[in-house]
Structures are given as structure tokens and as C-alpha cells.
Design a protein around this ligand. Sequence first.
Ligand SMILES: Nc1ncnc2c1ncn2[C@@H]1O[C@H](COP(=O)(O)OP(=O)(O)OP(=O)(O)O)[C@@H](O)[C@H]1O
Ligand SMILES: O=P(O)(O)OC[C@H]1O[C@H](OP(=O)(O)OP(=O)(O)O)[C@H](O)[C@@H]1O
Length: 302
Amino acid sequence: MNAEALDGRLLFAIPKKGRLYEKCIEILSGADIQFRRHNRLDVCLVMNHPIALVFLPASDIPSFVGNGNVDLGITGHDVILEANMQDKVTEIQRLGFGKCALQVQAPESGAIKTVQDLAGKRVVTSFEVLAGAYFDKIDNELQLTGDNRTKIQYVGGSVEAACALGLADGIVDLVESGDTMRAAGLHAIATLLDTEAVLIKSSVPKHAHHAPLIGLITSRIAGVVAASKYVVCTYNISRDQLPAAIQVTPGRRAPTISPLEGENWVAVNIMIEKKQAANTMDELVKIGATDIMIFNLDNCRV
Ligand SMILES: Nc1ncnc2c1ncn2[C@@H]1O[C@H](COP(=O)(O)OP(=O)(O)OP(=O)(O)O)[C@@H](O)[C@H]1O
Ligand SMILES: O=P(O)(O)OC[C@H]1O[C@H](OP(=O)(O)OP(=O)(O)O)[C@H](O)[C@@H]1O
């Protein structure tokens, strides 16, 4: 693809592989951003918008966006902090996936139970900036100097193996379910931060004329994210139980209430958080609601 093909297009960076890739593709599809990625090319033109998608390693996306080489991007909050780009990128929206925690882990069977026990020893990580800053603070608090300060060593992956291989006394790595660390015989002794995937733009954009398109894409992606978080709930309830029902399902703004023909009953329609759906249905049954139904949302603007 020649450079002219990109002229005037908004550049949108997407992780090219790894944990965030599949969900990003789902978000693009939900936002009706249509593209065909030929032969795994790293740049591809969007068919129905003046946008080009740029597939990059997740860890490079903060600096591309922060330095204005691309206009918009999706990556992990952790990656932005590790790249020290938090002042140069604006986190427009949390995306509700790629959720995990950056933790200090140490061998379960060993003597290290706290980060103070680990301070001064060897720590292996892919997050040398965040781990370095974290242990600098602890070393300072413990007044460790010179060779007695914590030794941080970078590895590109399989961080969890470092203790068993005799390379480290503890590690700093991402944990989601905890399965990887448990299998490696490690346990958490501290959490540095919680993270998830975020939509980002440059804090000082190079192309001001893209602002309306960034607004449009942001609004569409917000709709896709909200649709994955909420479900629609409808049920019937007698009028005398309506105040109790409204307490259980207040809705995002207020419930929609429609009278049922010829009866002293109403139909209620509200959006509720997906993760609360089962509890909400239990509560509604208790107060006498009937015909309770839950519907998934394909898309929405709320
Ligand atoms: N286990 C996990 N659960 C949820 N999100 C994760 C998990 N591991 C990583 N992430 C998120 O995905 C981002 C990219 O991690 P990933 O391991 O895919 O790295 P990568 O460099 O893109 O891929 P690879 O390791 O294959 O080179 C992380 O910075 C984090 O925000
Ligand atoms: O708590 P869990 O659900 O087990 O997930 C945590 C694992 O996921 C990430 O690695 P990933 O599998 O992406 O591979 P990597 O080591 O190549 O980064 C992370 O580095 C952990 O190893």
C-alpha cells in the first residue's frame, strides 16, 4: 500500500495479536467499522469510513498515539503506564475486557511473605518501569542503598518461570484467573495496579480535523461496550406492588411503565446490569412479578 492511500485518513491502532486482539475485532465489528485484512498486512483501509487500521504490538500503541503518529488506539491501561505515556495520551473510554492485575508474586513455599521481605532481592518482570518505580519507593522506605537495593531484570515473556529457574526471588506480572501463577507455585504478595483495555487518543492531536470522526467512533464504541454490560428486563406487576418493584429495578434513568389492558397490572421495561440479572429476577419473583424476561442487547446508545 502506498503512503498516498493513507492521505487524510484517521489512523486507528489495534493490537496485532495477543490477549486483546479478538475482542478488538469484535468491537470494530459492533461499531460497523468494515475492513478486510489481506495476508495479515499491518495496515488496512476501512471500507465505509475514511479510516485506516494499523495493527501494532500492544506495547507500542501508547507511544504511536502519544506522539501523534496515529490518531486513535486500543491498548491496556498497564501498557500506557509502562510506556510512561499517561501525560501524552487521553484515555477516552474503558472497554470492559483485558481485565487483570499487575501483581508481585513469590514462591508459595518460600520465606518471602511481603514486599518488604522481597526488597533488596532479585525481581524478574516484563514491566521494568512500573516494577522499578514500585521497588524504588520500598527500597527508599527501608533505606536500602547500593547493592542492597532491589535488582529488577527484564524478560520478554514466561515471567512466571523465573523463580523455578533460579533467576528470581519474586516476579511482577499480570494475573487474571491466577491459574498461571498457581501452576508455577507462586502466590500474590501485593498488587501494583488493576488494568483493562482502553480506547485512547493523543492529548495533543496532530490532525484537528479528525475530531468529529473521533467523536463518532467513540460514541459507537461506547454503544458496543454498554450493550455488552446491560440487558433489557421486562416483567408484569400489580399496581400495588409497583413501588417495591421500582426499588428493585430503578432503571438507568427511570423505568418505562405501560398499563396492561383491562387489569390493575402494569408492564415494566428497564435496562439492568448483566451481572445483576439473576439476583434481580430472584427479587422480582419475591415481590410477585410475573412473565419476567431478559433480552440481550446487540447494540445501544445510552
Ligand atoms: N491474562 C490476561 N487477562 C486479561 N488481560 C491480559 C492478560 N494478559 C495480558 N492482558 C492484557 O493484554 C495486554 C497485552 O498482553 P499480551 O500478553 O497479549 O502481550 P502481547 O505482547 O501483545 O502478546 P504476546 O505476549 O503474545 O507477544 C496486557 O498488557 C494486558 O493489558
Ligand atoms: O492469571 P491467568 O489467567 O493465568 O493469566 C495470566 C497470564 O496471562 C499473561 O500471559 P499470556 O498467557 O498472555 O502469555 P505471555 O506469558 O506470553 O505474555 C500473563 O503474563 C500471565 O502469564
